[in-house]
Design a protein around this ligand. Sequence first.
Ligand code: MG
Length: 366
Amino acid sequence: MITRLAILGATGSVGTQALDVVRAHPDLLRVTALQAKRRGARLDGLAAEFGARSLLGETDLDTFVTADDVDLVLVATPGIAGLVPTLAALEAGKSIALANKEVLVTGGHLVRAACGGAGPRLRPIDSEHCALWQCLVGERSSEIERVTLTASGGPFRDLPQAELRRVTPEQALRHPTWRMGPKVTIDSATLANKGYEVIEARWLYDLPYERIKVVIHPQSIVHALVEFVDGSVKAQLAAPDMRLPIQYALLNERHLPGPAARLDLVSAGRLDFRGVEPGRYPCFEVVLETARSNDLGAMIGLSAADEVAVERFLEGELDFLMIADLLRRGAELGARLARTAAPGLAEIFSIDAGVRAALRAVPASA
Ligand code: MG
């Protein structure tokens, strides 16, 4: 049976690689709807190639994905803009392939209520969560002791800590193992991204935070591990190529030939692991502290702050270590702005807007 696919963020990094996967499986996947925030000419070209309807911009994403010609929505558009179409699609009975971090970080409680976590209706597209998914197929959740997500450690994992303040956007954008969009690449350099993945794992698999660990693994070959109560550990390994997690999600748990690069263990040579060095990744620490507080308003504030902080860092207004300061301020402000313990959509967007406005006004670094 053919799955009819809508792609939000079709011209971005994940969207482009998803289209490679679709081209490899014309008998299983058909693109019917393509959206992009910008790059209209590129979008028109893709719409013509796939015979799909298209939408440029971010208005009416919810009606765009709930149309009758859609079974599965790939949410690959970055930022909180992904939240409304995700919830609308789930409510309309569609399945979601989720490549957007902010959806679960800001609205994980709403997504869980709509679909009950990871499964055929909510398929994570991230190398770590795809690895957990593969390790958990056929397993009982009551037998899981803990899960471990790996992190490359980003481009500054070996830089003397005293030099972190002076790193440039160009250096931060040079990720050692993955090619991704700018927001997630900076979030990988600060390790905020790994904090978000811990939060996502919590919502996807209903695991308490104390049972989700992170280790640094510079080669990005082991993507996640699951330890069972008897001490057995299952890991998933693959070459760092997003087309593998994308294909696994779009084809819903099937291993079929596809465009992803192959792993050669002999040429990889060695696999290293080490703990997260205290003090090196203040953003990671702020994200985890905020997550563990279970204050959803604070988490929404932090996520909004991160979008502003990364934008301002890339524009040269903030130094690298200021990003963590802004996250902390965003979390505090978000906690103050929240009126309920489990904010609905309208409240999420109002916290988000309040925090953004406040943090855009923070003076630039000297
Ligand atoms: Mg990841």
